[in-house]
Design a protein. Structure first.
Length: 96
């Protein structure tokens, strides 16, 4: 009832060899295959606005993460100083 239906593979087609190639047939190097998908550089050339937008968005995310870490560190350091002052005041009160 709940069997998944997987799509057919469109990127890899297995091939079977009828016979093992002889050593003499392997003298030539195989031809390089052409990648049908454009790379990141090709996409940036065709649509530079999208590339700039992606860089700006990534920079905004990284900057906000750094700010979050800095604000957390500042809050922890302030709370540490306040707790230290409270502990010292409590020690002085107990000594009296």
């Amino acid at each position: 009832m709940f069997k998944p239906k997987y799509p057919t593979a469109d990127t890899y087609t297995p091939t079977t060899l009828a016979h093992a190639p002889a050593a003499a047939e392997r003298t030539e190097a195989p031809a390089p295959t052409h990648n049908s998908r454009p790379g990141l550089v090709d996409l940036a050339r065709h649509n530079p606005a999208a590339a700039v937008t992606g860089v700006v968005a990534t920079g905004a995310v990284v900057t906000s993460m750094f700010l979050a870490v800095a604000i957390t560190a500042l809050a922890l350091s302030i709370s540490g100083v306040v707790l230290l002052a409270l502990v010292r005041m409590l020690r002085q009160d107990t000594r009296r």
